[in-house]
Design a protein around this ligand. Structure first.
Ligand SMILES: *Cc1c(COP(=O)(O)O)cnc(C)c1O
Length: 397
């Protein structure tokens, strides 16, 4: 038996044993060809950025987003940073974003000396509220960053219209958005630029990785330079100049061939990887309908114009206390659940680097009552049914 199979056999036994005791919150997805591609990547003479696997990932992503250019990056965080450089965000500028998001969205703004302006979310999706965006616009506002929470699209038509009216740039934080859509467009394909994550807590993964999607022509030329240490190396490789040199600001936003090989296998399998998540999502959603009707909790919802990717399944309990008690009860039953973001406007760094507009009631309230159920592509139907049954049991007692 080849060594690889033996290893998988052992892992399989361990994971079955483990699964018998607990239902983990997340297990990163596997893909058929990952090991083969990673092995191949070593055989090439080029291990650094822009090799064959990198090019294949870019080709896949360009095709998927129908973007002008999608570049793979070391993380969604670095893609967000790259978008700030491209948009020339700097001291004095203001960027409007939801308080209910990950630190990376705000950090990208802060490290370039600009001010994150936090606004409230909408209660049905936990996504940024277009009405609150309007209230926060000042002459210094330069950008809006919608975050598609749980892989559910923000009201992008309204947001793009506000942006157009005030000449603002829209950078989508589509970290959680792979294979989800808004009005039949992939999340990430709508704003002027978008950042996607392939971190191992997301749907499609390569360990650590991301992608910057450029949907507006005017950012194309500098993107090639900024990602490549501020040099015009790309022009040199294309034969447009005979030497390459330092021409602009920049950094290193490339990924190695090994990571790209891993990513390509995941991208090619992305539909397959998403199916078990969608199935788990549906089991939760159907299984918790009655308990919602009894008034014990509210299930997450997806607006008609959006197609979800089952990145997250969350429920909103009636109080923080209920949430914490249910989480503890499920933990005792071997079921791992988690809350989510501490709103950034009340976090220590958010208070010192940013400011907020509006009362933040919805953000403060919902973040305290939200619970995320186990969600990954290894979940079996019996696992999700167990979770549903235990939640029902909790409310019977
Ligand atoms: C995961 C996540 C990020 C960060 O992604 P990395 O690839 O880890 O940098 C940023 N924003 C949101 C909304 C996320 O969920």
């Amino acid at each position: 038996m080849p060594r690889r199979n033996t290893l998988f056999f052992v892992l399989d036994i361990i994971s079955h044993y483990y699964a018998a005791m607990t239902i983990p919150f997340n297990i990163p997805p596997h893909s058929e060809n990952a090991l083969k591609y990673i092995e191949n990547s070593f055989r090439g003479s080029k291990l650094s950025g822009d090799g064959d696997y990198n090019k294949k990932c870019v080709h896949w992503l360009n095709n998927y987003f129908k973007s002008k250019l999608s570049v793979v990056t070391p993380s969604c965080t670095s893609a967000l940073e790259m978008s700030m450089l491209l948009a020339d965000i700097g001291p004095g500028d203001e960027v409007i974003l939801p308080s209910y998001t990950f630190s990376s969205t705000a950090n990208a703004v802060v490290i370039f000396g600009a001010i994150p302006v936090f606004v409230d979310i909408e209660p049905d999706t936990m996504n940024i509220s277009p009405a609150e965006i309007k209230k926060a616009i000042t002459p210094k506002t330069k950008m809006i960053m919608p975050v598609h929470y749980a892989g559910v699209g923000c009201k992008m038509d309204e947001i793009m219209a506000i942006a157009q009216e005030h000449s603002l740039i829209v950078v989508e934080d589509a970290a959680q958005g792979m294979l989800a859509s808004y009005k039949n467009k992939p999340l990430g394909a709508i704003g002027h630029m978008s950042a996607v994550s392939f971190h191992d807590t997301k749907n499609i993964v390569c360990g650590e990785g991301g992608c910057l999607v450029i949907n507006d022509d005017k950012f194309l030329a500098r993107a090639e330079i900024i990602r490549d240490k501020g040099t015009n190396r790309q022009k040199f490789l294309n034969g447009q100049v005979d030497k390459y040199t330092w021409v602009d600001k920049g950094s290193s936003y490339l990924i190695s061939e090994v990571t790209a090989a891993f990513l390509l296998a995941q991208l090619e399998d992305s539909q397959q990887i998403t199916l078990p998540r969608l199935s788990a999502w549906a089991t939760y959603h159907n299984g918790l309908k009655q308990i919602e009707e009894k008034g014990h909790l509210k299930r997450m919802s997806i607006p008609k114009e959006c197609l979800g990717n089952a990145h997250i399944y969350y429920i909103l309990l009636n109080s923080q206390d209920d949430r914490n008690k249910l989480a503890q009860f499920l933990k005792n039953e071997g079921i791992m659940t988690t809350s989510h973001y501490v709103p950034l406007h009340s976090a220590p760094a958010g208070r010192s680097f940013g400011r907020f507009v509006g009362d933040m009631n919805i953000t403060d309230d919902l973040s305290n009552r939200l619970l995320r159920l186990p969600m990954h592509s290894h979940l079996k139907n019996e696992d999700t049914l167990t979770v549903v049954n235990k939640i029902n049991l909790f409310f019977q007692n």
